[in-house]
Write a protein that binds this ligand. Structure first.
Ligand SMILES: [Zn+2]
Length: 417
């Protein structure tokens, strides 16, 4: 308690000595000072040096080419379509085995604010790096073998290609209905968003419902800071139950990037990370929606002080971010207990009755679960995913130990002997 208070006071004092920059996410976009030098790649070949932004058709061609070149490692999923009918895609990267449910699911998603395009190219390059490094780079190979990775490079294509499919010049924050997609998600309080749910977000919510991500990140720009939950309240009002873990994870991300370029992640706070609500409280954002409703730990990564950086700066951003971005996927293995932490964010945890417990092989659920049922080990790795309605679960193939069962907001701790 004292430690937490001490850290908090330190943050407050630090915040006072380094006044917080206004959170760009909280206001209408401020026009950026100088027009950016933006070169576009109208063919996949022109992306070779990663110093251009892809046109919309080049983006689609890149995704297709990876899927064709690495059919055993990846495929493209369609999350949905935008208001203007552009595709919202996700690259699934993972080996195909029959023990899929034994590997944790991870999600990267970028550019829900259409003009914040640094993450868009970083994600494309990350896909390329993981796929081409598989089999030769030990870390990438290990990640692709052990984690089910999904990467959505562009979640608001209408905002990014506002001036047509051939340029990101003049990109805008909003979708084609001029709605801010990061103020348009269900809220932990049940606060209604100002605008009706946009189809980009409906598609994303369906996508989250269809997966069991345990860790994710949502990539933005306009500042350089790791923004961890909650966004809906300050850390004094309600600290995230996994606050200490978040601080460790954010610090590792920032420290690693500073090994490659010491000047970054300093424009909001020297530490380079902050609880979102301490920066600025927002409502109906995606981060808290994902943490609260999906028990998935999502952080908001603000990657560049400019929202649309000059295209010739893209390689430099990759140079200092790439190791942090790869290492962040590995954090799926540092989650100690998704059940104790995220599932109980705001006193909503309810115990699910299971018997016999301890058990030798099978357990029965005391009532028919209306949500999918997941089994996690104590490291937070998801081991099994079973459909809603499942009442009998066979744990024979699991070794002896402690497991956590989760269905919606209901949880149980199981001991297998
Ligand atoms: Zn943003």
């Amino acid at each position: 308690m004292c430690l937490l208070l001490g850290t908090f006071l330190f943050n407050v004092l630090n915040a006072q000595s380094h006044p917080l920059k206004q959170r760009p996410d909280a206001f209408d976009p401020v026009p950026e000072a100088a027009p950016k030098a933006v070169s576009m790649a109208s063919t996949v070949e022109q992306m070779a040096n990663w110093d251009r932004y892809p046109t919309y058709s080049t983006y689609l061609a890149m995704m297709q080419q990876w899927a064709e070149t690495f059919p055993n490692l990846c495929h493209v999923d369609t999350i949905g379509k935008s208001v203007q009918g552009r595709l919202i895609l996700s690259m699934y990267i993972g080996i195909q085995t029959d023990d899929d449910l034994y590997r944790p699911e991870f999600f990267y998603s970028s550019t829900m604010h259409g003009d914040e395009v640094t993450g868009y190219v970083m994600m494309l390059r990350l896909i390329d790096t993981l796929l081409n490094g598989y089999g030769s780079n030990e870390q990438y190979t290990d990640l692709v073998n052990r984690v089910r990775i999904s990467i959505n490079p562009l979640s608001n294509p209408d905002g990014t290609y506002r001036n047509g499919n051939n340029t990101v010049q003049g990109a805008m924050r909003y979708n084609a209905n001029f709605v801010d997609l990061n103020r348009n998600y269900p809220d932990p309080f049940g606060t209604e968003p100002l605008n009706s749910q946009q189809i980009e977000n409906t598609a994303m919510i369906d996508y989250f419902n269809a997966h069991s991500f345990v860790l994710s990140a949502n990539l933005h720009g306009g500042s350089e800071v790791m923004n961890y939950p909650w966004d809906s309240f300050t850390s004094v009002e309600r600290p995230h139950p996994d606050r200490d873990w978040w601080i460790e994870v954010c610090r590792r991300f920032v420290d690693t990037s500073r090994l490659y370029s010491n000047s970054h992640f300093r424009d909001v706070l020297e530490e380079g990370y902050i609880a979102g609500g301490d920066w600025y409280v927002i409502s109906n954002g995606r981060q808290d929606y994902v943490n609260y409703y999906h028990n998935c730990r999502e952080v908001t990564m603000e990657l560049s002080t400019s929202k649309t950086i000059s295209s010739n700066q893209l390689p430099e951003y990759w140079r200092f971010l790439q190791h942090s971005l790869v290492n962040y996927i590995e954090e799926v293995f540092t989650i100690n207990s998704p059940v104790e932490g995220v599932v109980n964010p705001i006193d909503v945890r309810q115990e699910l009755v299971v018997y016999p417990n301890p058990t030798h092989d099978k357990i029965f659920l005391g009532e028919e679960p209306s949500d999918e049922v997941s089994i996690f080990n104590i490291k937070g790795q998801q081991l099994m995913l079973l459909p809603a309605g499942t009442r009998l679960i066979d744990l024979q193939r699991l070794p002896q130990g402690v497991y956590f069962l989760r269905s919606g907001i209901r949880t149980a701790k199981i001991v297998k002997r």
